[in-house]
Design a protein around this ligand. Sequence first.
Ligand SMILES: [Zn+2]
Length: 241
Amino acid sequence: MDVRWEEEGWERLTGRAGRRRLPVWDCTVGLVVGDESVLLIDPGSCLREGAQVRAEAERLAGRRVTHIAFTHGHFDHVLGGAAFSGAEVFGAVGLDALLSTGREDLRGDAVRHGLAEAEAAEAVDLLVVPKHLVSGEWTLELGGLQVLLANVGPGHTRHDLAVFVPGERETAFCGDLVEESGEPLAGPDATPRQWPAALDRLLALGGDDALYVPGHGAVVTADFVRAQRATLAARFGVSET
Ligand SMILES: [Zn+2]
């Protein structure tokens, strides 16, 4: 346990990486600290929350957040983005178009899930769209630390990006491809039949010993991800090869 991280409400996972489970929707925000640059994964669910996350992250990292990665385009993972002006923003290829054309859907979805109308409208107006689009894999140099961004989907959505951070233990930020606090949510934008293959790619990149950080819930092991893969395959009638 790291007292300083704990005092800020964060869970330190390795020397370079940690995360916080945000209130209300229990969405995970990840923080990765390099010698020169700082990466934040999924920057909160509205501007107010994004600003709070930014302040905490900058206290923990000792400098400003320079990079943001969106694991996918759901409101609870992207609407805090505008609180990080000047950061370089990464997402899976196609997420830029989805966020540019789907603003009304995003706002409606946020309000249906309980975000205040005014907060949803403000966040969608100022929505940050990724400029760096990942198809396949992208190595991000943070200074003494190389992080891998991998477009492992589709599955939970059509734009699922995972982030792999080397360390004492490899840490894999999975977005909502993995959920621990409940069954994985397959909404209308999911591609359930392709989801098990996305988890195969996630496991291949993360390996057996990694910490897998779900979009919602406690950190899990490769065995948990394999079990969730089997459950999804059975639920959606994907035959095993
Ligand atoms: Zn989601």
